[in-house]
Design a protein around this ligand. Structure first.
Ligand code: UDX
Ligand code: UDX
Length: 434
């Protein structure tokens, strides 16, 4: 069994650490936030990720938490880097947290491997390699082992991966990282470091492209009388296309897609290439979030003085993450139009992100007296809501189903004027779950 140090106790670092501990390795997780380390030592998990708390608890004897680099690196075989890489103003990824980690590494006498989990621009590995060499750490290996974990299913994605990508400069390091994953079933893709870095960016870009593609098809469906839910089903059954990531809606958000698309766009531009398709994918997504306002206008006229209930704030269900969530853009636009915003989410902390909105404890409370509702996040609670009661409690029972989650026929029977995304009036049944 190996000793693994993980730098960064965020979504990715905690899941990585917990899963390696579950495989039997000794794991020490290091973060710069004292309150985060304190909480973890006390058994509290600072983020909401299904299954993570149990996994950390079950493997508590193999997991330690520290603020000290020296403690983290002591006897470590692997130094996983899972700190954040947010976008800068230019759209490039901010790698300062990564450089801080690399520059803080100390007391490394025997061979260990620095493994990059954070999403980084292509070429970062080569730069880190050079920096390690400059610092007299030529004996330390380097590998890229990008994450493909989606929030909400991160533990499962790690434990049952579609593939494990390992890029390394030395075969011995790739072997070591592959061995570290013993016990996890999944094909291993071995390649050079730059290709591993690009696989991560390209996979995300492909998924975003599918979403913007189906959103544009949805917009054409609306204009032509088709139902995008049926269209996606029919298209997705083509084995060459496949059904996943064809859910039309109010656009993608989250901590990865928006930032990684900007980073890839910038990476291409910095290398002299204009990535036209990716630019269009990003623009379609921006417009998609704003199209909801047009739908509300069509039914309500001006939004000044109207009350709009937002159901769901997280960028997707089963996470408390609101980074780049469509709800934020929507709330901002609504407030700018002069509307009053009421909002509900079962886990995301609405008060801190939407101080201008009234945050409600239940969906029904958010809907009471409202002129319109927008289903922003497809939380399971909303499938079971008493929609007839909801309709009668609203001043005007208009629902824009931003995720095509609900059955239009049932909602209309419950008294709603129902609008989905890409579903011509009178068409369709509940959305699929692909
Ligand atoms: C990760 C990846 O690192 C990112 O590159 C990837 O694209 C998405 O997932 P995530 O785990 O979501 O990021 O980030 P976050 O939840 O913000 O956690 C990062 C952690 O690193 C925080 O706890 C932060 O305190 C810590 N950190 C940051 C350090 O320990 N050291 C630093 O220098 C900076
Ligand atoms: C994503 C990738 O899936 C994962 O592999 C990578 O490591 C990190 O980024 P995540 O951001 O957690 O994961 O969520 P994901 O489930 O991919 O959803 C991203 C966004 O796309 C959400 O806002 C979701 O609502 C939206 N989406 C997804 C759609 O609008 N339609 C779809 O068909 C699928």
């Amino acid at each position: 069994m190996s000793r693994v140090a993980v730098f960064g106790a965020g979504y990715v670092g905690l899941v990585t650490g917990a899963c390696f501990a579950d495989l039997g390795h000794d794991v020490v997780i290091r973060d710069v936030l004292p309150e985060r380390i304190e909480a973890l030592r006390g058994g509290a998990v600072p983020i909401y990720e299904p299954g993570l708390e149990e996994l950390l608890a079950r493997n508590a004897e193999r997991l330690t938490y520290t603020l000290e680099v020296a403690v983290a690196v002591r006897d470590a075989d692997f130094l996983y880097v899972a700190v954040g890489t947010p976008p800068t103003y230019s759209g490039d990824a901010d790698l300062s947290a990564i450089w801080t980690v690399v520059d803080e590494l100390q007391g490394l006498e025997r061979r260990a491997v620095v493994v990059m989990k954070s999403t980084v621009p292509v070429g970062t590995g080569a730069k880190v390699r050079a920096r390690l060499d400059e610092r007299g750490l030529g004996h330390i290996g380097y590998a890229s082992n990008p994450e493909f974990t989606a929030e909400g299913t991160a533990v499962r994605d790690f434990q049952q991966p579609d593939r494990i990508v390992i890029g390394a400069f030395e075969p011995v390091d790739a072997d070591a990282v592959a061995d570290l994953h013993a016990g996890i079933d999944g094909p291993i893709v071995r390649c050079d470091v730059a290709s591993a870095e690009m696989i991560k960016l390209a996979a995300n870009a492909a998924l975003m492209t599918r979403i913007s593609f189906i959103n544009e098809i949805a917009n054409v469906c609306e204009a032509t009388g088709a139902d995008v839910v049926r269209v996606a089903e029919g298209v997705g059954l083509d084995r060459r296309i496949g059904p996943s990531f064809l859910r039309a809606g109010i656009g993608y958000g989250g901590s990865c897609f928006p930032k990684d698309s900007l980073a890839l766009k910038q990476l291409a531009a910095n290398s002299g290439y204009h990535f036209q398709l990716l630019n269009a994918v990003i623009e379609v997504n921006e417009l998609q979030k704003r199209r909801v306002i047009g739908k509300l206008n069509r039914h309500l006229g001006t939004l000044r003085g109207k009350t709009v209930a937002l159901l769901g704030l997280a960028f997707k269900p089963n996470t408390d993450d609101t980074r780049e969530a469509p709800s934020l853009v929507l709330a901002g636009r609504l407030v700018a139009e002069g509307a009053d915003v009421r909002a509900w989410d079962p886990v995301a902390d609405g008060r801190s992100i939407l101080p201008q909105a009234t945050i409600c404890a239940t969906p029904l409370e958010a809907l009471r007296g409202a002129d319109a509702a927008v289903l922003v996040t497809e939380w399971a609670e909303l499938a079971d809501l008493d929609w007839a009661a909801a309709a009668s409690s609203m001043r005007n029972a208009l629902l824009v189903d931003g995720r095509n989650m609900l059955d239009p026929t049932e909602l209309r029977a419950a008294g709603f004027t129902y609008e989905g995304i890409g579903r011509a009036a009178g068409s369709g049944s509940a959305g699929g779950s692909v």
